[in-house]
Design a protein around this ligand. Structure first.
Ligand SMILES: Nc1nc2c(c(=O)[nH]1)N[C@H]1C(S)=C(S)[C@@H](COP(=O)(O)OP(=O)(O)OC[C@H]3O[C@@H](n4cnc5c(=O)[nH]c(N)nc54)[C@H](O)[C@@H]3O)O[C@H]1N2
Ligand SMILES: Nc1nc2c(c(=O)[nH]1)N[C@H]1C(S)=C(S)[C@@H](COP(=O)(O)OP(=O)(O)OC[C@H]3O[C@@H](n4cnc5c(=O)[nH]c(N)nc54)[C@H](O)[C@@H]3O)O[C@H]1N2
Ligand code: SF4
Ligand SMILES: [Mo]
Length: 765
């Protein structure tokens, strides 16, 4: 299969690259001339010193102010100058204080002394640790070739280390677990149809000005990104109508005008029936569609068969509800916010199609570039620190058989799918992978089937990580490098290209504690040992100054402005002036390139296997006060929400005699059992699925507050399939039943399955 260069690199790619978080070709924007008088480093409340910086308790990166008293961080607030969050931070942002001072933190480099995974280490020096890593990287690369090195990374702390792996020539340098377990499918869908990543790190959806909103899955309120939640609430408080599609009565569903408790895995059937209904009843924007879209006729004939009568038994929804919902959304057009979604690695084969459907719906409503619809990022060109660019061994030679080959729509995307790296590490095919480096990602809790991940780890010659906490990933490492937290380092200049654009910078609020080192220092020292000329700035502060200098700024100037400069947004386009950053300048309703790869030009409904008899589908989402597994050991957050619960439908619970709050165990289709978890018995979930918040069930005893609290969804996900477009791994393709006092209890079948939904075959498990 040919890999497709579906992103033609023309001037129009600026947006596409910006939306992937990459460099843009736009000129530097000028900050707003209406800068308020700068609050000059005023003492904060109770005389604390205030340092502006950027939160990284999650990846939304809200501007913050850290308050220091007697040399100690005492409080974190939102930066009042920030147009996005103002003085607000969420519970996690606030609790950065307890990350910095967590007594369980990794404090010095460690070397494994027991068996891999046993959790026994000895303290070593930085010199010893870095020498040993460099020795192994060099030895393994020489013996097995560059692609035998793989790097798993997420977030700011990993960027410099990634340069090293890249310079050593491996195609497995940036497997971005967050990408292949998160936004991969939605990114491909929008990049292809609209020419830019409407949902990647950011979601360009104008909920604050919408007259109606649609959320499919997206559980805003539990999914907490401060400015995003704010815009959602602003829209609602101005009177926007809300439709929520979710098998569980989420926080967002709680606020909906119409709530559709859909059968999990059938959203595309609903969306196709809606698209057909909109076309048949001419509810679409008549001038917008022919002017700004291609493929309307193909779309129209392809979706003709998807009626509400067909969709109703598949989705297990009432026809009148489906109809009322789409009419409500259509009535508000073009000011309809069809949320693109974010975490989209749900079912594997149909994931890109589901988000393609959402992009079609938004386009039919003419809401692209309209207030309340999908908008355009305002790219602010970041300065580039030329001192970080490896010279010398920088040529990546493609292997004879690449791990990326299977996936036609991967070309413009980062790295190699994690699932391919793991399988190749286990099998040694098509080439051996013998060393893993891990930075900023908890591979055990993040990637489906941790049993497979652990099997791969056991096959490695060497594995190291750069971590803050002795969690699951650290346990499996041969060498652990203790990295500075976001509160102890400069990282980079951050630009925010949403409705309230600004530039700000991360700055340390304290010197690194213990013996921990900054990611830049670590990467520089490692590169030296590998004879790579990569990091020519003396330190990360110099690097940031270089980036700022190119923007006509400096740390001093920025700090004099309170650490943040605002820009004017340019989000909207008039329909007759709309040019999309695609080849044709138009939105693709039907994608001929997909058809050329035997994929669907117009999405089709492809059923994901339904739960086998006696099982419910395992689904998951966010705890509003935690970020994945990384905050589980945080004193304040752990106190707030120490464990997760298994949401079980009340009728199911009554039949199985399970009480609310009772402790149970879940068992999956491969007989894998969870930690004990308390049941939350509620009518707020369908009977054919069980839900839990992700990130709990820690298996590292070194995280003393998190250890064994709640259950891990990941250890129950052993069946996954890979998205055929770009190789993301599905996460909602496993099933569970209940074990109570060692008695296995089958989930009763309370919702009949239509013939279009074949069950998962247990004997194939
Ligand atoms: N507090 C907090 N907020 C976060 C994060 C965090 O860790 N903590 N992480 C951030 C990140 S990186 C991401 S990607 C986002 C993820 O957040 P979202 O993009 O909102 O994630 P989803 O998977 O869409 O949403 C989970 C919801 O999907 C529902 N669901 C499950 N199966 C189905 C189905 O088949 N159909 C439908 N329609 N719904 C289904 C679940 O019941 C749940 O309510 O959250 C972000 N926000
Ligand atoms: N089953 C299941 N799987 C999922 C999801 C789900 O909901 N359910 N969500 C998916 C999604 S949307 C995403 S985005 C991914 C997220 O996946 P991850 O980013 O892997 O999630 P975390 O569990 O937060 O793991 C981050 C790790 O990096 C470490 N770390 C954090 N910051 C730093 C730092 O500054 N320096 C260093 N050295 N280390 C640091 C933390 O201590 C932690 O161990 O997970 C995906 N996987
Ligand atoms: S949403 Fe919360 S955790 Fe995420 S960056 Fe903002 S304040 Fe920090
Ligand atoms: Mo994510």
């Amino acid at each position: 299969m040919r890999r497709r260069d579906f992103l033609k690199l023309s001037a129009s790619t600026t947006l596409a690259l910006a939306s992937l978080g990459l460099e843009t070709k736009e000129g530097f924007l000028k900050p707003c001339s209406t800068l308020a008088a700068a609050p000059k480093s005023l003492p904060g409340s109770l005389g604390a010193k205030e340092i502006p910086s950027v939160c990284e308790m999650c990846f939304w990166r809200c501007p913050i102010v850290a308050k220091i008293k007697n040399g100690k961080l005492v409080k974190i607030e939102g930066n009042p100058k920030s147009p996005a969050n103002g003085k607000r931070v969420c519970a996690r942002g606030n609790s950065g204080v307890q990350l910095l001072y967590d007594p369980d933190r990794l404090k010095y480099p460690l070397k494994r002394t027991g068996e891999r995974g046993e959790g026994k280490w000895a303290k070593i020096s930085w010199k010893e640790a870095l020498d040993e890593i460099a020795f192994n990287m060099d030895k393994i690369r020489k013996k097995y070739g560059p692609h035998s090195l793989a790097f798993f990374d997420h977030g700011a702390s990993a960027e410099f280390m990634r340069e090293i792996f890249q310079a050593l020539g491996t195609e497995n340098y940036s497997s971005e677990p967050a990408f292949y377990q998160c936004v991969g499918p939605v990114a491909v869908a929008y990049l292809t149809t609209m020419g830019y990543v409407v949902s990647g790190t950011r979601q360009y959806i104008d909920m604050a000005n919408a007259k109606a909103m649609l959320l499919v899955g997206t559980h805003i309120g539990e999914n907490v990104h401060v400015s995003h939640v704010r815009e959602f609430i602003q829209g609602l408080s101005k009177g926007a109508k809300l439709v929520v599609v979710d098998p569980r009565f989420s926080t967002a569903a709680n606020k909906a005008d119409i709530y559709l408790p859909i059968r999990p895995g059938t959203d595309t059937a609903l969306l196709l029936a809606w698209i057909n209904y909109v076309i048949e009843n001419k509810l679409y924007d008549e001038p917008f569609v022919p002017r700004n879209c291609t493929g309307f006729n193909e779309l129209k004939s392809a979706v003709k068969k998807y009626t509400f009568e067909w969709a109703a038994p598949i989705c297990d929804l009432k026809i009148e509800d489906m109809k009322a919902a789409i009419e409500l959304l259509a009535k508000a057009r073009p000011n309809t916010a069809i949320h693109p979604g974010r975490h989209s690695t749900w079912y594997g084969r149909g994931d890109v199609g589901r988000h393609h459907c959402l992009s079609i719906l938004a386009s039919l409503f003419g809401s692209i570039g309209a207030p309340g619809g999908i908008y355009f990022p305002t790219p602010i060109k970041k300065g580039h620190a030329h001192c970080v660019a490896c010279k010398g061994e920088n040529e990546v030679e493609e292997p004879d058989v690449s791990l990326r080959d299977k996936y036609p729509f991967i070309e413009a995307l980062p790295g190699t799918p994690t699932a391919e790296i793991i399988k190749a590490t286990i099998s040694g095919k098509p080439y051996p992978i013998k060393l893993w480096g891990i930075n900023g990602v908890n591979i055990i809790q993040t990637i489906p089937n941790p049993y497979e991940t652990i099997k791969a780890i056991k096959n490695l010659d060497f594995i190291f990580c750069e971590e803050m906490m002795p969690g699951e990933t650290a346990i499996w490492s041969d060498i652990i490098l203790p990295g500075a937290t976001y509160l102890e380092r400069y990282d980079s200049v951050y630009t925010y290209d949403l409705l309230t654009p600004y530039v700000t910078v991360r700055q340390p609020v304290t010197e690194p504690l213990f013996e921990v080192k900054t990611p830049y220092w670590i990467a520089k020292e490692l590169a030296k040992r590998l004879n790579l000329d990569c990091f020519r700035c003396g330190n990360e502060k110099e690097l940031v100054e270089e980036e700022l200098k190119q923007m006509g700024l400096s740390l001093e100037k920025l700090n004099a402005e309170g650490g943040l400069l605002k820009f004017k947004a340019n989000p909207y386009r008039k329909p007759d002036e709309l040019t999309m950053p695609t080849d044709t300048g138009k939105i693709l309703l039907s994608v001929p390139d997909f058809a050329e790869e035997d994929l669907d030009a117009v999405p089709k409904f492809v059923a994901t296997p339904a739960p086998p008899k006696g099982f419910a589908r395992l689904i998951y989402g966010r705890s509003p006060v935690h970020t994945f597994s990384r905050t589980m050991n945080n004193l304040w957050l752990n106190h707030e929400w120490p464990e997760n619960h298994a949401w079980i439908n009340d009728e199911v619970a009554a039949k199985l005699k399970i009480q609310d709050g009772e402790t149970i165990i879940l068992e999956n289709e491969h007989g894998k059992r969870s930690n004990p978890i308390k049941a939350k018995v509620t009518p707020g979930i369908r009977p054919d699925c069980i839900y839990m918040a992700h990130g709990f069930g820690c298996k590292s005893k070194h995280l003393t507050k998190a250890f064994k609290k709640g259950a891990s969804d990941q250890y129950l996900i052993t069946t996954y399939e890979n998205d055929p477009f770009m190789g993301a791994s599905s996460h909602r393709t496993s099933f569970v039943r209940i074990v109570k006092k060692d008695v296995v209890k089958d989930i009763p079948d309370l919702r009949p399955l239509p013939k279009e939904l074949p069950r998962f075959e247990l004997n194939k498990a």
